[in-house]
Design a protein around this ligand. Structure first.
Ligand code: SAM
Ligand code: SF4
Length: 339
């Protein structure tokens, strides 16, 4: 290779372990309209002042610069992203950035009924809906709010707007959601819905997580197999996807297991995050952040911001330490990081 070819090589977000990062998860707010116990406190939540949140223009700039170091897919999250006013306008801006091929959103769907079509029209391609229970009473216990009907309305609106398949993410918690597993599996078999069960992670605001409360992926599989017969593992279409995917023995229906605690997928991680107040994080469980908002608001150049991204990824650890005795839960809970 000639010297000039080397100089011209595009810079990429590659860490010490060779992982290439092309996927930026963007939190647009830490506010939320429900109070899932594994994420937020029940009450007296102190939210970030609105002036601290990145503006849509600032987020657009970050993503545009990110494309120069290899970002090609983004996912909007929060907090609840749909409580951020006019979110579809941000999606329009991101969809217009050359080099961004994939825009996703993770939502609790409470406000999706009124926004699904607008989001689709703006260019949103993927939608993950978080729903931990199909029983309204269990939903209320988990979320500490009575919004189940709005969520169902939101899911219907998403279907009507053309999002397909609908992906449902269900956090599985011992002593709370075991009896929801079979109904979810049934739903996956009967409708165009991919259900993914997520192990409960130590990111709750109350720091009450205990390993004993994690409903393990292996237990979930065992329960489903006891009811429907052997599940068949299927390769994921995306090698960086965190879920292990399965189909039922008769080929009808698909489910996924995100075994973040019992089978960490850190070795194939391609994601990093920016919090709603503009801090870059290379891992959910990181204790370090890098302040991009400060650069954005105090004359940081595009090169400064690209360099901050490269340094953030260069400092990434091999994996999280949930299963080690030394594990320390990060100061920020999930709603403040952006899940
Ligand atoms: N509010 C949106 C929602 O709930 O979809 C987006 C933000 S939420 C923090 C993103 C995802 O993180 C949701 O699927 C949620 O269930 C998941 N989550 C939150 N806290 C979690 C925890 N402690 N363990 C596992 N998953 C968690
Ligand atoms: Fe809100 Fe999502 Fe956290 Fe639930 S998981 S409290 S919906 S941010």
């Amino acid at each position: 290779m000639t010297q000039s070819a080397k100089v011209d090589e595009p810079r990429r977000l590659i860490d010490r372990f060779g992982r290439v990062h092309n996927n930026l998860r963007i939190s647009v707010t830490d506010r939320c309209n429900i109070r899932c116990f594994y994420c937020m406190p029940a009450d007296n939540v102190e939210f970030m002042p609105r002036t601290e949140l990145l503006s849509f223009e600032e987020i657009e700039r970050v993503v545009r610069i990110g494309t120069t170091v290899g970002i090609d897919r983004v996912r909007l999250t929060g907090g609840e992203p749909l409580v951020r006013r006019d979110l579809h306008l941000l999606i329009e801006k991101l969809a217009a950035i050359p080099g961004i091929f994939d825009i996703g959103l993770t939502t609790n769907a409470v406000l999706l009924g009124e926004q699904a079509q607008k989001l689709k029209d703006a260019g949103l391609q993927r939608l993950n809906i978080s729903l931990d229970a199909l029983d309204p009473e269990v939903f209320k216990r988990v979320t500490r709010r009575d919004s189940y009907d709005k969520v169902i309305e939101g899911i219907q609106a998403a279907r009507a707007a053309g999002f397909s398949p609908i992906k449902l993410n269900a956090v599985a918690v011992k002593g709370m959601t075991e009896d929801q597993i079979i109904p979810f599996a049934q739903l996956a078999r009967e409708t165009d819905t991919e259900v993914r069960f997520i192990e409960f992670m130590p990111l709750d605001a109350d720091s009450k997580w205990q390993k004993e409360k994690v409903l393990l992926a292996a237990d979930i599989v065992a329960r489903i197999e006891a009811e429907f017969g052997k599940l068949q593992p299927v390769p994921s279409s995306n090698p960086n996807a965190p879920a292990n995917d399965f189909v039922f023995a008769d080929g009808v229906g698909r489910i996924g297991l995100i075994a973040s605690v019992s089978q960490p997928f850190c070795s194939t991680c391609n994601r990093f995050r920016i919090t709603a107040d503009g801090k870059l994080r290379n891992c959910l469980f990181s204790h370090e952040e890098s302040d991009i908002r400060d650069l954005l608001r105090h004359d940081g150049t595009d090169e400064d911001i690209a360099a901050a991204m490269l340094m953030c990824i260069a400092a990434k650890e091999a994996g999280h330490q949930i299963n080690s005795a030394d594990f320390v839960q990060p100061d920020r809970p999930m709603y403040s990081i952006g899940g």
